[in-house]
Design a protein around this ligand. Structure first.
Ligand code: HEC
Length: 137
């Protein structure tokens, strides 16, 4: 009960002739869609992932070293030492040379490096802490 090849190719020929043109059009549309998706990711998603609104706001504020030092003594000195000389947590002198501003903010707010807890300071308080950390040379 096999269909002779000649009869099937005779009816399939017009469709086969159209298929490449159709798939070329489809491929072009897919490439275009992929390109648009890439542009959207590069232009919109990546920058906002690199700089979330919290970080952006924090970095736009002027920090107070004095208030940062106070916040540090209250929240951080138990682990990093009263003069940030290191205790349970590492010595933080020169930390701004090891980590950039975004990384310092992430260190404080992410909770990704236990036992250091996750802090949620207001942007102004974070800016003050940052000013204090930047001053630890
Ligand atoms: C419960 C203890 C603890 C407290 C409280 C704590 N930390 Fe930490 N911190 C650590 C530990 C432990 C590390 C090292 C984490 C690691 O990299 O594995 C660390 C790392 C850091 C680093 C990175 C140091 C480096 O050399 O890269 C910074 C900056 C920092 N802490 C700032 C703070 C600030 C600011 C506060 C207060 C808001 C704070 N920490 C509170 C324990 C603590």
């Amino acid at each position: 009960m096999t269909v002779p090849p000649s009869s099937s190719s005779a009816t399939a020929a017009p469709a086969a002739a159209q298929a490449p043109a159709l798939s070329r059009g489809l491929a072009a549309a897919l490439v275009l869609a992929a390109a648009v998706a890439c542009i959207v990711v590069v232009a919109l998603v990546l920058p906002s992932a690199r700089t979330d609104p919290y970080t952006r706001q924090t970095l736009s504020l002027q920090g107070s070293v004095e208030h940062g030092a106070l916040l540090f003594r209250l929240n951080c000195a138990g682990c990093h030492g009263i003069a940030a000389q290191g205790l349970v947590g590492p010595d933080l002198h020169g930390v701004a040379e090891r980590k950039n501003q975004r990384q310092l903010i992430q260190q404080v707010v992410s909770g990704r490096t236990p036992p250091m807890p996750r802090f949620q300071p207001e942007p102004q308080a974070m800016a003050d802490l940052l000013a204090y950390l930047n001053g630890l040379v």
